[in-house]
Design a protein around this ligand. Structure first.
Ligand code: ACO
Length: 329
């Protein structure tokens, strides 16, 4: 079923920490190799924040870039939604800290926990609130300092993740451009395949729990891989079907950047040529909620996304959560 877009992207921005950790650097930390990481994931390097960095600083930088790109002032923003699982603190919401740093004093601000799906969940929630409650200038962010919860002794996970932030400013659609389709899914049955067991109410950060590294990322990689491919394929096919389109009709696909092999498997099942698929996982690793908005911003600023282009977006993450969308730029 086709739908009228209520929201369109007015501007985008991104920010990543300066420090780069290469696969060669990782070879000095754990028993791994550049060859293994590149062959199994496509990742060559990732940006890492200094220990103790504030996620809100990274997110604010991305937000400022997006506001400038959109030509929108901070005080015009009436809603801020930040997708993240690595906020500055458990509370208050990091979105409130971003609001303060930006000077967006008229905005309602909240965080959204959907792991790698945070940005796409944020887009749909933003559009819904714009349609139902009259919000007109909305900042949607995906930002993570995942390296703050990486176990640097676990080679299964520590090679995968990087830090970064991406942002989009939304405004009312002009009728043709904007969010043509969004589709969100969740399945808590698999929550134990990718999770951070410490720091919450079940395993508070006691000395024992921290020593057992419960505050770090735990993952069954193979299972996550399998579910990611199936779910991302299903979601992307569904949003295409709703518009009566096929994979080849897209001008570009921006998949969540977790693993090049996941991307290739989804693209093959959706019968798309890889030339139409944006890949930057080699430079950033998996930045979770930040991965799609970072890619979107790179593309918009490079001039490779002309207004009117039809872009597919698709993601998968802890929860499990997954989502897809179609955006007319
Ligand atoms: N360096 C060298 N060897 C390694 C490393 C490493 N960093 N990590 C694992 N290995 C070894 C394993 O120990 C294993 O050795 P063994 O055969 O002697 O037991 C071997 O490599 C193969 O390991 P597998 O786990 O079978 O490797 P696989 O091909 O499944 O790749 C990976 C692992 C990259 C984690 C993959 O499963 C994956 O990407 N899964 C998805 C994970 C993901 O993206 N999570 C992020 C959040 S969800 C999302 O964003 C989609």
């Amino acid at each position: 079923m086709q739908k009228t877009p209520h929201a369109m992207i007015l501007g985008t921005g991104r920010a990543v920490p300066e420090k780069i950790l290469t696969n060669a650097d990782l070879e000095r930390i754990v028993d791994t190799s550049d060859d293994w990481i590149v062959a199994r994931t496509g990742i060559r390097q990732r940006h890492v924040a200094a220990p103790g960095s504030a996620l809100s600083d990274l997110a604010t930088e991305a937000a400022r870039n997006a506001l400038q790109n959109a030509g929108v002032g901070a005080e015009e923003i009436d809603l801020i939604i930040l997708g993240t699982v690595t906020g500055d603190m458990k509370f208050p919401a990091t979105a409130c800290l971003v609001q303060e740093k930006l000077g967006a004093k008229n905005a309602v601000a909240f965080d959204l926990s959907a792991a790698c799906s945070g940005f796409l969940y944020g887009l749909q929630i933003a559009e819904g609130m714009m349609a139902s409650s009259g919000y007109r200038r909305v900042l949607v962010l995906g930002a993570e300092v995942l390296t703050s919860m990486v176990n640097w002794q676990d080679r299964d996970t520590c090679v995968l993740f990087g830090d970064g932030a991406g942002a989009a400013v939304l405004g009312p659609s002009d009728g043709g451009r904007g969010l043509l389709q969004t589709y969100l899914r969740s399945d808590g049955a698999h929550s134990n395949l990718l999770y951070n067991p410490g720091c919450g109410s079940v395993n508070p950060p006691t000395a024992e729990n921290v020593a057992a590294r419960l505050h770090t990322i735990h993952m069954e990689g193979k299972e996550v891989f399998r579910h990611a491919v199936t779910s991302m394929t299903e979601a992307l096919k569904l949003v295409l079907e709703r518009e009566g389109l096929r994979g080849e009709d897209l001008d570009l696909l921006i998949p969540h950047q977790a693993n090049l092999r996941i991307i290739e498997a989804v693209v093959k099942r959706c019968k798309m040529p890889m030339e139409k698929v944006y890949v930057n996982v080699d430079r950033y690793g998996n930045t979770s909620a930040a991965s799609i908005p970072i890619a979107l911003d790179e593309l918009r600023r490079s001039g490779d996304l002309r207004p009117g282009a039809l872009v597919g977006v698709v993601t998968f993450g802890a929860g499990f959560t997954w989502a897809a969308g179609l955006i007319r730029i």
